[in-house]
Ligand binder design. Structure first.
Ligand SMILES: [Mg+2]
Ligand SMILES: [Zn+2]
Length: 175
């Protein structure tokens, strides 16, 4: 079996737009970032697997309604599936900083088991996210990072706020 190439994706601010309140627990608030679906399709055709990795402390704080959160997740998965984009796994950390969990990014707890049980080409895998904690996750996993941001992040391997550029950057790495 060939090793698999994986893209670990943050959700808020990366796949979907952040809301002003930071709370996304209603389908009405669900908005994809421009070109994210097309870009993931292209990357899928190139053989990439996708894993969603999201910190959701709003769940732990009670600011995000859990049923609403589930509805948004279901809708998001359904919309991607309509365009034949699927996630191998979806990992959610609901914890607060003070709970000192092992899964809150940049810690690797959410993806540890996935990485252990799959044969992953780490040299061709990426973390994509809009926060420094996403870049930190990539560093802790020893893989490349793409920061979704308008301002350059010198710690990331690549910074852009354009999904088209994300796809082009990753496809340039493929061999
Ligand atoms: Mg984010
Ligand atoms: Zn956690």
């Amino acid at each position: 079996m060939d090793k698999i190439k994986v893209i670990f994706l943050d959700r808020d601010g990366t796949i979907i737009e952040e809301t002003e309140s930071g709370v996304i627990d209603s389908i009405a608030d669900l908005r994809f970032l421009p070109k994210v679906v097309e870009s993931l399709q292209k990357l899928k055709f190139d053989g990439y697997h996708f894993v969603m990795v999201t910190n959701q402390p709003g769940l732990g704080k009670g600011r995000v309604n859990p049923e609403g959160f589930e509805e948004v997740q279901k809708q998001l998965i359904k919309l991607f599936a309509m365009d034949k984009v699927f996630f191998d796994e979806i990992f959610v950390c609901p914890h607060l900083e003070e709970e000192q969990c092992n899964c809150k990014k940049p810690k690797i707890g959410m993806v540890k088991e996935y990485i252990e049980k799959n044969d992953i080409a780490l040299d061709r895998s990426f973390v994509i996210g809009d926060r420094s904690t996403d870049v930190g996750l990539a560093k802790n996993l020893g893989i490349k990072s793409i920061r979704m941001s308008a301002a350059n992040d010198p710690d990331a391997d690549f910074t852009t706020n354009s999904w088209k550029e994300v796809a082009d950057f990753i496809l340039d790495y493929s061999f």
